[in-house]
Ligand binder design. Structure first.
Ligand code: AMP
Length: 335
């Protein structure tokens, strides 16, 4: 799959009216006040409208839901009968509800359009009745979707598109085999879009098994590092971390430096120990007043201080010209 797929460059696009959405969908987007498509929308919408398979790396908050919902709604055939045409699989019921609501909103100008969320914990019978009446789009968790397929209350013979949303989460939750099984219940000629915040090997395997010549879209989040930054990691036991850090500092030439630790207490401990080793280090944490923090950062900027030991919360948004080295003393919890 990798050789066949194409990596699309991060392109800006003019506006929603350039993307080829159905007029009723475009009208909704405009009444919602969305002015310009987000980068992931620019990259995904034309391909999904073309019927291409798509492998997208994107996080929540990037406009990902609209990136697949708008084109797939545009392709729904309202007169095609009661069988679902689009299935979105999500890891959790909360996400299923959220995505179903988004579909409902984006399709509000389409008369007779129906979307149904399917998740465990809500009445099977009610869901079955809604399915019988006919829906165009289903958004569900793998477990409940399988239940309906097994009991014959859901028939995917008319399915045109399948979306895996937050696929890495679904695999982490142990849904890999369920997903494979659901794929087996769909027609061969369906379109597939797989979205995942991360692209580990397991996701590539799913993509390889189920996607056909996918367009690959990767959204560089603003928080991702650029290639002018060299990155290294050291595997050390907890007890040797400080030793290793001081040794790195002895051999590495740096101007100003930031050490990230997880807790406020650690900012004090690590700064103190570095100072004991002769380094010019001070803590930066949320217990300090705003003016104390500003003074400390100012000293670093002016070269009176070389090392700040900070929690990521305290250091958020710092802009430091002198900064030449950053150490994650603890593995960050937030990528
Ligand atoms: P998502 O990444 O799908 O969770 O979307 C994040 C939020 O952005 C949602 O509340 C959307 O309503 C909103 N949104 C999506 N696309 C756009 C856009 N092009 N312009 C403005 N807001 C948007």
């Amino acid at each position: 799959m990798e050789s066949a797929s194409t990596m699309e460059p991060l392109t800006e696009c003019e506006g929603f009216d350039q993307l080829g959405l159905a007029p009723a969908v475009l009208a909704t987007v405009q009444t919602l006040g969305y002015e310009t498509p987000t980068p992931i929308q620019c990259q995904c919408i034309p391909h999904l409208l073309d019927g291409r398979d798509l492998l997208g790396q994107a996080q929540t908050g990037t406009g990902k839901t609209a990136a697949f919902a708008l084109p797939l709604i545009s392709r729904v055939d309202l007169g095609a009968g009661p069988k679902p045409q689009v299935l979105v699989l999500t890891p959790t019921r909360e996400l299923a509800l959220q995505v179903a609501e988004a579909f409902q909103t984006y399709a509000r100008n389409l008369r007779g359009f129906h979307v149904l969320p399917l998740y465990g914990g809500s009445s099977f019978g009610l869901q079955a009745r809604a399915l019988e009446r006919g829906v165009h789009v289903i958004v569900g968790t793998p477990g409940r979707v399988m239940d309906h397929l097994r009991r014959g209350t859901l028939d995917l013979a008319g399915l045109r598109a399948l979306v895996l949303d937050e696929a890495d989460e679904m695999l982490d939750m142990g849904f890999a085999e369920d997903i494979d099984w659901i794929f087996e219940q769909t027609p061969a000629e369906r379109q597939v879009a797989l979205f995942s915040a991360t692209m580990p090997e397991a996701i590539r395997r799913v993509a390889h098994a189920h996607l056909r010549d996918p367009v690959e879209v990767r959204l560089l989040a603003a928080t991702e590092t650029v290639d002018t930054i060299d990155q290294y990691h050291c595997l050390v036991t907890r007890f040797h971390k400080l030793d290793v850090l001081t040794r790195v500092l002895e051999v590495e030439t740096f101007d100003a430096m930031l050490v990230f630790v997880r807790t406020k207490i650690q900012t004090l401990e690590v700064a103190e120990k570095l100072a004991a080793h002769g380094f010019n280090a001070e803590p930066l944490n949320g217990d300090m007043t705003q003016s104390e923090r500003e003074r400390t950062v100012e000293r670093l900027k002016r070269g009176r201080l070389d090392i700040l030991v900070a929690t990521d919360v305290a250091a958020r948004g710092l802009d430091l010209e002198r900064l030449s080295l950053v150490v994650n003393y603890d593995i960050p919890t937030d990528p």
